[in-house]
Design a protein around this ligand. Structure first.
Ligand SMILES: *[C@@H]1O[C@H](CO)[C@@H](O)[C@H](O)[C@H]1NC(C)=O
Ligand SMILES: *[C@@H]1O[C@H](CO)[C@@H](O)[C@H](O)[C@H]1NC(C)=O
Ligand SMILES: *[C@@H]1O[C@H](CO)[C@@H](O)[C@H](O)[C@H]1NC(C)=O
Ligand SMILES: *[C@@H]1O[C@H](CO)[C@@H](O)[C@H](O)[C@H]1NC(C)=O
Ligand SMILES: *[C@@H]1O[C@H](CO)[C@@H](O)[C@H](O)[C@H]1NC(C)=O
Length: 783
């Protein structure tokens, strides 16, 4: 597809102040940090939790915590039967007593920290419980058209996402739900902060255009309009007006219809969405003149540009993202913004443009955007781009549902869409996410809060329970998407492993706990190397390992989005594949003859799991026979290779990890793994100790042949790599060491055993697994 100049910004996915972004070098991977925790909850600190004293050492090693006897019962998330009904009722009633479960976030990645506690009354299997909770539930939407149409909108305002009946119900729901209460407070705080700032300053940022401007304006307007509706204080309306006026002023972009930068249409989409919310949520407050001005801005800078993007294939602003094959974030974000703009002004403008736009965006997004989720629930782009894609998708779906009473296939057309919450949940380990491929830039106004909408729509309480504890939950959409009748704990009954099997997006996630910061997380991928909107790396077999609160094998992150031809192509000879961070050598993969993997690869995978699920307690004792493995045939990814299988498995009750490569190659082989650890290799060259802070992990080669030796090297280009385009250079990867195992050509079985040195575990507690060809791995083959 055509070029895909995505975002670049001197900020980060985690907002300003991200320690891993350098304006000059892009994302950096610094030396490991000490774990710190920061209190982030001003309210709702858990009370009345039964603390199991002595359980704090961590679930991985199985301290002798008292366990709910049903804790290991693999009944998934089904919630029928009188026992569950009673438990859910009880869980709902203890909700207020507990408040918000996690007491803090991990300061580096803002992941929730769960107290080591059990509370069998509250931590039950995820469920919705409206029958006993009518007072805590949203009322039924009075607008329920029998034959909905995208151009037939409800009569009352707001139309978009939050209809009047929800605003009316909200104060009493806030009063009875600790999460809604906390989010409301946070949004008020954020709005107060934005209020004091000058309007967003115009900044054209090369390939990412004015997207950050647009997202920041949208984030502010959502907060201002929310606080206005919750207070009736018109100072918020005035402040919104100032922000709107600024974004169409003479000094904000060119003085013509291209002000919102249709050459990078995401910007148009996000500005149009921002103006739509302002128009719709503050509808009763605007004068007729103001309404007319906002409508005309939406049409001139937004909807008219949408018509050009759809219809005018010869125009420089024709939208490549309108292609039915653009199953990614561009299609979602651009269509969502145009749709929200059109729904906001429909019937107030009689030019017919809103109807025209809806006639294009709704069927297009239902075909393209909604199929950004593959048959296994994965997002076609990358783990990180799920956030951008699903935010646009959720906003568009919710706007259509609230304004017109139907989703027109946005949610229901792709029968696997409901699985996407699992993709998001399994993709994050106790350290951070499995960030393969490009991991994306600044996330202003982009969150995982689609989890609330999807959880509610698809009846997956665990998605809601998972997301409500996350740092990005507090924002206006959450106030209307969250179902307060939810109860239980997302981890209760949640399988530790999940395998994603769509040929495009094969990957695996295996862990030892959902709630223990120190848990093992081992994730690995195959899939196709193309078909990811040019956000992939050449990374078949790439893996990450977390243990003891530390990431031992990790990713380098995105290349520099400003690099020449970074997004132009993902063909074998693409310039993209010259940059270290996209090359096979820049991943945790096997190299043969130092060559990139072949983009034509079509791996096949195999896997099994003991099916272990976590129980009610946040302290989880892993049964000693609990295990999982995943194998992939990756031979098609290589020249000079006649067979190649890579397998990864957890052994010894998920305390150790085995990675094995069985390969026959006619050229030299090189195993590579990127780590922040300090690496010391022993004299024999067959084992190494990795140290991060005061944590240690040993790596041991099992049954090595004499040519297999561990060495280390820098995370940079190999001698003999083809040159970069002139003037280009790779980013630095400070603090990162590559652990390398070189092998001769031939038939090899390289078996690398990772032994995290768990506190209290002695040498004799570690197991040495038998040697089994990857093709013969079974669930019990390594006991
Ligand atoms: C799991 O549930 C089944 C069926 O309800 C029951 O027979 C079994 O005893 C339970 N197992 C545990 C470990 O609670
Ligand atoms: C929302 O939060 C604000 C700021 O903390 C507070 O003044 C207001 O009462 C809250 N709204 C409700 C309905 O509780
Ligand atoms: C909103 O406020 C919370 C709590 O103070 C803060 O952690 C968060 O960073 C703010 N969000 C933004 C986008 O400013
Ligand atoms: C704001 O005004 C509306 C409409 O008059 C009213 O229903 C609502 O209760 C008011 N809200 C507050 C917080 O005063
Ligand atoms: C290094 O540490 C950072 C911060 O924890 C992490 O994001 C990155 O993935 C790590 N890099 C590697 C190669 O493990």
């Amino acid at each position: 597809m055509s070029s895909n100049p995505q975002y670049h910004n001197a900020n980060s996915p985690y907002g300003s102040g991200d320690p891993y972004y350098s304006a000059s070098t892009g994302y950096i991977t610094p030396a490991p940090m000490k774990k710190r925790t920061s209190n982030w909850l001003k309210i709702g600190i858990p009370v009345a939790i039964v603390v199991i004293v002595g359980a704090v050492v961590g679930g991985v090693l199985g301290s002798r915590a008292a366990k709910n006897s049903s804790a290991n019962n693999a009944s998934g998330a089904s919630n029928s039967g009188p026992t569950n009904e009673a438990a859910a009722s009880s869980a709902a009633s203890v909700k207020n007593a507990i408040g918000v479960y996690p007491t803090a976030t991990d300061s580096l990645y803002l992941l929730p920290l769960y107290p080591s506690t059990t509370n069998t009354a509250a931590f039950t299997q995820p469920t919705f419980h409206p029958s006993n909770n009518a007072a805590l539930a949203w009322p039924k939407d009075p607008f329920a058209p029998s034959s909905p149409s995208p151009t037939t909108v409800r009569e009352d305002r707001p139309r978009l996402i939050a209809p009047a009946y929800k605003w009316q119900a909200l104060p009493s729901l806030i009063a009875s739900d600790p999460y809604l209460k906390q989010w409301n407070d946070t949004i008020f705080g954020n709005a107060t902060d934005y209020y004091a700032l000058p309007p967003v300053k115009y900044f054209m940022d090369g390939p990412s255009g004015i997207l950050d401007n647009a997202r920041e304006v949208k984030m502010r307007i959502k907060a201002f309009a929310y606080v206005y509706r919750m207070t009736n204080d018109t100072k918020w309306v005035d402040r919104t007006w100032a922000e709107l006026q600024n974004a169409v002023s003479d000094s904000f972009g060119p003085n013509d219809a291209t002000k919102w930068n249709p050459s990078h249409f995401l910007d148009v989409g996000e500005f149009t969405a921002a103006f739509a919310i302002a128009y719709d949520w503050l509808y009763d407050q605007w004068t007729d003149d103001q309404k007319s001005t906002i409508r005309s801005n939406i049409i001139t800078y937004g909807l008219n540009q949408g018509i050009v993007a759809y219809d005018n294939t010869n125009n420089q602003f024709w939208g490549w993202w309108t292609g039915a094959d653009i199953k990614g974030n561009w299609n979602c974000v651009c269509n969502s913004g145009l749709t929200m703009g059109a729904l906001a002004i429909l019937n107030d403008d009689n030019s017919g443009i809103a109807e025209q736009i809806l006639g294009k965006t709704v069927p297009n997004a239902a075909t393209a955007c909604a199929n950004g989720v593959t048959s296994d629930g994965s997002w076609t782009e990358t783990h990180a781009y799920w956030h951008f894609g699903t935010t646009g998708h959720a906003e568009m779906s919710a706007s259509l549902l609230s304004a017109t009473g139907s989703d027109y296939g946005m949610l229901t057309g792709n029968k696997n869409f409901d699985k996407t919450g699992l993709f998001h949940m399994h993709g994050t380990g106790p350290g951070t996410a499995f960030m393969w491929g490009d991991h994306g830039p600044n996330r202003f106004s982009t969150t995982a809060n689609g989890m609330f909408l999807y959880g509610d729509f698809f009846n997956h309480a665990e998605y809601i329970l998972h997301q409500r504890d996350q740092h990005d939950a507090p924002e206006p959409w959450s106030m209307f998407w969250y179902d307060p009748t939810v109860s239980g704990a997302f981890w209760d009954g949640m399988p530790l492993d999940h395998f994603f099997d769509d040929p495009l997006t094969q990957w695996a996630a295996m862990r030892s706990s959902w709630t223990d910061q120190n848990a093992v997380f081992a994730a690995i991928k195959a899939g196709l190397l193309t078909g990811h909107q040019t956000h992939n790396d050449l990374d078949l077999g790439d893996f990450v390992i977390d243990a003891m609160g530390t990431r031992w094998a990790g990713e380098l992150g995105s290349g520099d989005y400003r690099s020449a031809e970074y997004f132009n192509s993902d063909k074998q000879d693409a310039v993209r594949w010259l940059y270290y961070r996209t090359r096979t050598e820049g991943q945790n993969c096997l190299l043969v003859n130092k060559q990139n993997q072949l983009v034509t690869a079509a791996p096949t995978v195999n896997h099994e799991s003991s099916g272990t699920t976590q129980g009610s307690s946040t302290v989880f004792e892993v049964p000693s026979d609990s295990t999982a493995y995943w194998t992939a045939d990756l031979a098609s990814g290589y020249s000079d290779v006649t067979s190649y299988q890579r397998g990864m498995r957890l052994i010894n009750g998920r305390k150790q990890i085995l990675l094995q490569d069985d390969i026959t190659a006619s050229q030299p082989i090189m195993w590579r793994m990127h780590t922040n650890a300090t690496v010391s290799v022993d004299d024999s060259g067959t084992s190494a100790t990795l140290e991060i802070g005061d944590k240690k992990l040993t790596m041991q080669l099992l049954n090595p042949t004499s040519d297999m030796k561990i060495t280390t090297g820098p995370a940079s280009r190999l001698d003999g790599d083809p040159a970069l385009p002139s003037g280009e250079s790779d980013q630095e990867n400070p603090g990162v060491t590559v652990v390398i195992i070189n092998m001769d050509a031939g038939t090899k079985s390289l078996q690398v055993l990772f032994n995290p040195q768990w506190p209290g575990m002695s040498a004799s507690d570690f197991k040495t697994p038998p040697s089994v060809p990857v093709s013969s791995w079974k669930l019990r083959s390594h006991d």
